[in-house]
Design a binder for this molecule. Sequence first.
Ligand code: GLU
Length: 489
Amino acid sequence: MKDVRVRFAPSPTGYLHIGGLRTALYNYLFARRYGGKLILRIEDTDRTRLVDDAEDDILQCLVWAGISFDEGPGLGGEFGPYRQSERSHIYQDYASRLVETGHAYYAFDTAEEIDEMRKRHASTENQKYDASTRMEMCNSLVLGEDEVAERISSGEPYVIRLHVHPGHVVTFSDLIRGTVSFDSGTIDDQVLVKSDRLPTYHLANIVDDHLMGVTHVIRGEEWLPSTPKHILLYRALGWNPPQMAHLPLIMSPTGGKLSKRNAEKMGIPVTVKQYREEGYEPDALLNFLALLGWNPGDERELLDLGELVQAFSLERVGQSGVQFDLNKLKWYNEHYLRQRSAEDVARDVEKLLEAAGIISNRAYVVAIIELMRERISFPSDILESRYFFRDPVAIDEASARKRWKEDSAELVEEYANRIEQLESFDHDTLENVLREIAEERDIGAGRIIHPVRLAVSGVSFGPGLFDLLHILGRETVVRRLRSSARILG
Ligand code: GLU
């Protein structure tokens, strides 16, 4: 494919959404696959909906995820500036051109007047500002030229609207959905320039896509209904529209669109920031999102970013909504967490320990991670096993009832006494000594193993017992065995 140019164009009206990251990823994969360029464009013309730190959040999350751009704010590029608020002067010219050529018009209606129009039409299906209602409104299609000029020069607020002609079909071809058609009668006279003189998303978006040489628009399905307006705008300006590709919706596990509300109800984080804070691996998130709507055409599920680039194509992006499966994401996370060196994970764990006020040392944390690697989904899971860092404050009652027998205190004491004398405190020696006691007394080893585990950890599950004892160290083990024997004895 020749000279591919694609863009990710978030609006800083909220933190980067997980669906937004998927859109960014698909654009990234497409650009890298075809040796094209990826542009980051900040669509911040809706000043009323701006969230102060949203742009920072979006930029940081993209960096964290490992999605790199070729052009964008702070990166430069020959088509900048890449923040729409810095491009206002550009849109004005195109808006005027649209009015001059009859593809757009001035409208002076106040919000109240539009409300009243809606009320008047409340009983009908159509309450849009469009061919069927616009003639009863106050705009340059009904007012004389002089009056329009006068109103504008007297400073009366106005908007510029797209002039949509009913009675024809707007058709475009979508790389994922094939031919898509909309009846022009269902399209409203979209506001293109607001009364603050800033363009709406629709105008700014198509002007920038054109001026920035965007070849493919890859975005979420929620933008599909806006596309016929965009097509009309491209035609009105005499431009060829880019190729369109609308990605399937991300659905909640119980059906329906994964909205913020229903996601929260099911404990599914919606912002990338949350995933980051919960300790997800960026590679896991990317691998998971890549397969949320696309497949490599074979059985593979685990693909790193390089492999995704090699395998990606829009042809294998599906049309129908895809269900979000948090368990699947956790499975990816476990995989990618295991790919990291214990030293590396230890750095994350140390930060968490520090925040929890727990003092530890690197070698010890690394040993724990090596031992727990196959059992954890997140670095923070290490902290769940408090016994690595603190003597248990209580022994799990249900387990104690089941596992702590009459002779347990005595057996635990005996084990403590013997291991105190050992020359070497390693896995095999610890096991041999325990089995010796069992043999001497003609009891099953489990009779000692379970109480010992309870005594040192407070719980009845965890890594292999002798590995655990080895890591905890002789002093700690002996102390815990004796104190539990005393308390439970
Ligand atoms: N600014 C739009 C958004 O927030 C971009 C839609 C598009 O990609 O055209 O998602």
